[in-house]
Design a protein around this ligand. Sequence first.
Ligand code: BG6
Length: 486
Amino acid sequence: MYHKELDPFPANFLWGAASAAYQIEGAWQADGKGPSIWDTFSKLPGKTYLGTNGDVAVDHYHRFREDIQLMAEMGLKTYRFSVAWSRVMPDGEGAVNEAGLAFYEELVDELRRYQIEPVLTLYHWDLPQALQDKYNGWEGRETIAAFKSYCRVLFERLGSKVTYWVTMNEQNVLTSLGYRWELHPPNVADTKRMFQANHHLNLANADAIALFHELVPTRKIGPSFGYGPMYPLRADPNDVLAAENGEAFNNSWWLDVYCKGKYPKVIWKQLEALGIAPQLLEGDLELLKRAKPDFLGINYYHGGTAAQNTLEKERIASQEKAFSGIDPYLMQPKDQQAQTPETVLFQSVENPYLEKTDWGWEIDPVGFRVALRRVSDRYDLPIFVTENGLGAIDLEKDGKVHDSYRIDYLAQHILEMQKAITDGVTVIGYCAWSFTDLLSWLNGYKKRYGFVYVDRDEEDEKELTRIKKDSYYWYQEVIQNNGLRK
Ligand code: BG6
């Protein structure tokens, strides 16, 4: 069934699964934990699916031993989780909550007991509410220093026990949903503020990496980026150019900063022209240049497709007309453009070749190979796939969940990853999203990703029983075989 000449996965390949604190832990006020911006935001009316919040989630905080037992039985080699900052530092800075820190140490020890390599994410979106209130969250430079102090606590306590560390999870997603589309906290719609907060996140990322290299020089650290390759809609050079612009706007805007320490010029000039480029202070660019990640975490769900923007087309046409004396100005006013800074660069369009999930996400396994190849060629770093998976409605009946659609999805993506490895890309590991079912930020428990079903829904927490899906047994075999069966 699979191509015979594919390279095998490396012997020490890290087969894993991933999660995030807010989406699984629950125990939102237990043992001294402070509130996070998600604890607050999820309680605003109408913001999440049926008003779901992470107060209980799948209660992993109290059931982590049972969950790790299931991981061990599956044969998982690695498990990616995130630390809730406000569990460790309830106010985001200052006093450390020993009980919170001890929880993560026990979690790491328990994983190690079963030879499961922990991958620790420092920031998966749950900023302490105290920092939002005090410093305006990531818009205030003080939050960068607070992040560094929180990282120091974790590096000192767990540096000797955790080999792989992730700084920021999907900075691109958190900034656009939080500061542009009002879909995540802090519920803002302002691109100028978004780019400034994003710049501070870049500095926090760099600061954390630099500190890590000083304190834990033998371990590895890098950010996890939500990467989607951009395709041109047609071979029309205007669309190809649009896709280049889209790649720069959606991807290089972050990846160049992480890996090369600089912002891509084409986007910087566009933001500057619109008056929304972030303000840089002396020393910022030096810090960004100095802090190099050891690997790149890639979360892959889908890519995007670009066409030349029709507004831009009109602008060019009108300029041409201007030479013959006709009014040239058809473009949006500048302040409107500032809210959609990509307008002149590209237009996102549907890809006519791809099927979609129930939530309208394109299914594109080949895009995964393209993604791994592009990122590897551009940045020449080992890649850790820190997320990939299918969100679907799962039906449980008599203690079984037949999720063949998830098996198909994952098998296709794993095959493309193996092709990318055969092409020459270095991939350290692969974490499917997710291990157990968990709370989707905006889709409650309707949209599920796990290998392990958790019996609860939006209205009823029920017993939170863990049930192995068909995909659990399938992935167990993949791990045993170190890859897909031939
Ligand atoms: C990634 C996030 O963007 O996508 C995860 O890192 C998230 O935290 C996952 O759960 C799937 O998103 P959604 O919206 O389908 O739950």
